[in-house]
Design a protein. Structure first.
Length: 386
């Protein structure tokens, strides 16, 4: 070892001493922040003072010098976020969203309903219908021609719940559902993951060598890319739903067509299963959400979904995400979609892994109400595997 290199034990000892000072000073700063909260309460001032925050970050950046300017901004942005959260907690700032949550917790039934009128996209045999039958013991299912019409069925009161695919473990998110979320007022009350097993279904007299065209949903086609590569001579045509594809093949007069669909559809539409499990990955799941016009929260809810927009400024997304990090809330999914009314601006959908009873969630939701001009709470729920 070179004589000029300080032993790591000595360096770590110095860091430990410095950390003691940092923690002591952080506690002192938070104590002073509590005094600031008292002053703001007495004078009717808001917790968030953007001008003061910009001034402070600029000063800190200058003090840190060019080498550490960016690092200091990140550090103090987090400290300021924690300071605001602490002040709001001391002031008991109310949250309109959490008031609705509390009301829903008090008014929702203690058990998820066993039977209900449920809207699903597609026709009999659709995976959405299978998901509905796993969520409800005795669902009265209404099949709708499109995802839009599922939302419309709830808006008109024709159904109490809707079941929609949100994402697949192989093909990713169903972006159409995320886009529709911006236009409809609804709440997520449950979710379920369903094992997806795609089969090649055709008429009894049709052989694999006869097939010239295969119908299925776009996502199902994407999930079977290896099979597609093996059969470049076959045309793959997207349709609204895997069950719709099976029904179309069954009703067609052609004997050179097939469908990528479920094993259940083979029996339902009297089709022959030419090949099973032709998806790229055996561990292929689709996540379905159950939505309702009413905010319903059932015991044990440990997942929450929200949507929030950030400003088009440097660090805006970081500030949003750091709020969850600061409070120890895990983000299990982050999806961005363009806002239809604003060019090059995005809204973010976040799935949070946190109990509805956690005080951390209340703090974060109250922060988001004030942080984001475009913020919606979409529900808290449990997720099962069917």
């Amino acid at each position: 070892m070179s004589d000029n290199i300080i032993p790591i034990e000595e360096l770590r000892g110095k860091i430990d001493d410095i950390d003691k000072d940092i923690v002591r000073l952080f506690k002192q700063r938070m104590d002073v922040a509590a005094g600031v909260a008292d002053y703001k309460r007495a004078n009717g001032m808001p917790v968030h003072d953007p001008a003061r925050e910009r001034q402070l970050l600029s000063k800190i950046s200058q003090m840190a010098g060019s080498e550490f300017s960016d690092y200091s901004k990140v550090l103090y942005s987090t400290i300021l976020s924690l300071s605001k959260s602490y002040q709001r907690a001391l002031l008991g700032v109310e949250s309109d969203v959490y008031d609705k949550i509390t009301k829903a917790l008090n008014e929702s039934e203690k058990m998820f309903p066993e039977t209900a009128r449920v809207a699903c996209q597609g026709v009999e045999g659709a995976y959405s219908g299978i998901a509905a039958e796993r969520l409800f013991s005795l669902p009265e299912i209404t099949y709708c021609p499109s995802f839009d019409s599922v939302f419309d069925a709830l808006d008109r009161g024709e159904c109490e719940y809707g079941v929609l695919p949100l994402e697949n473990s192989t093909a990713g998110s169903v972006v159409k559902i995320y886009d529709l979320m911006m236009h409809h007022n609804f709440n997520i009350v449950r979710s379920i993951r369903i094992k997806i097993d795609h089969c090649l279904l055709a008429k009894r007299e049709t052989k694999l060598s006869d097939i010239k065209e295969i119908f299925s949903h776009e996502q199902a086609i994407n999930q079977c890319s290896q099979f597609i590569k093996q059969h470049p001579e076959i045309k793959f045509t997207p349709v609204a739903n895997t069950a719709v594809a099976s029904k179309a093949v069954a009703l067609s007069e052609r004997t050179d067509v097939a469908a990528l669909s479920s094993r259940h559809c083979a029996e339902l539409y009297s089709l022959n299963n030419l090949a099973s499990s032709i998806q790229d990955q055996g561990n292929n799941y689709t996540r379905f959400i159950c939505i309702s016009k009413n905010l319903e929260i059932y015991p044990g809810a440990d997942k929450t979904t929200i949507m929030a927009a950030t400003g088009d400024t440097p660090g805006a997304l970081y500030q949003l995400l750091s709020l969850f990090f600061a409070h120890g809330i895990n983000i299990t999914k982050l999806e961005s979609r363009p806002m239809p009314t604003r060019d090059f601006e995005y809204i973010f959908y976040l799935d949070l892994d946190v109990s509805i009873y956690s005080p951390k969630l209340k703090t974060v939701l109250s922060e988001l109400e004030r942080y984001s001009g475009e913020f919606r709470y979409l529900g808290s729920y449990t997720e099962s595997v069917g």
